[in-house]
Design a protein around this ligand. Structure first.
Ligand SMILES: [Fe+2]
Ligand SMILES: [Fe+2]
Length: 176
């Protein structure tokens, strides 16, 4: 996997915003989740929860073109693999830098380790872990696939490209 530095930098500065959310405006965004998906969603840290809701809200505002039923669920759950490691912001930055310098291939070994090395290893594998969690939860195969593919080049996507583009733009804060 590759955690793009620009994407990560934007997310790094976003961590300093407040994570307060509005239950009334969240309810319609969360409505498409199945019971087991909601159980997963509720494991998000406040920061990742806010990001997931922002992506879902952007996709929702985008309109009917993005309204295939799996799309809002993919928006809400694409980063769910982060719930297994849930590293501090600085650790996320270190992991991203290590990945950028080509150490991502060590993630499998690191995730079997302990302490901060294990946390970094798990974080670098979060897309794969997210896909496993969603598969266990019985999610739509496209929701599972998007958790795995959302930082991959478009040429490697198995999800429909038009909807993948909407989800990717929303994830990067570029949809509005
Ligand atoms: Fe992601
Ligand atoms: Fe994301």
């Amino acid at each position: 996997m590759k955690l793009q530095p620009v994407h990560r930098a934007r997310r790094f500065f976003a961590t300093f915003r407040r994570h307060r959310t509005n239950p009334a405006s969240e309810a319609p965004l969360l409505a498409p989740l199945t019971a087991s998906e909601r159980e997963l969603f509720d494991r998000y840290s406040p920061y990742d929860r806010r990001h997931a809701l922002e992506v879902a809200a952007a996709v929702h505002r985008h309109g009917p073109g993005a309204s295939a039923d799996w799309v809002p669920r993919a928006a809400l759950l694409h980063d769910i693999g982060k719930t297994v490691s849930d590293p501090a912001t600085l650790t996320r930055v270190v992991a991203t830098i290590l990945d950028w310098f080509g150490f991502g291939s060590q993630a499998g070994r690191w995730s079997e380790s302990s302490g901060i090395v294990k946390t970094i290893g798990l974080y670098l594998r979060y897309q794969e872990i997210g896909a496993e969690l969603l598969e266990e939860a019985g999610s739509d195969p496209r929701v599972v696939a998007w958790a795995l593919e959302h930082h991959s080049p478009e040429s490697l996507w198995t999800v429909p490209v038009a909807q993948g583009r909407v989800l990717a733009a929303a994830d990067d804060g570029m949809l509005d």
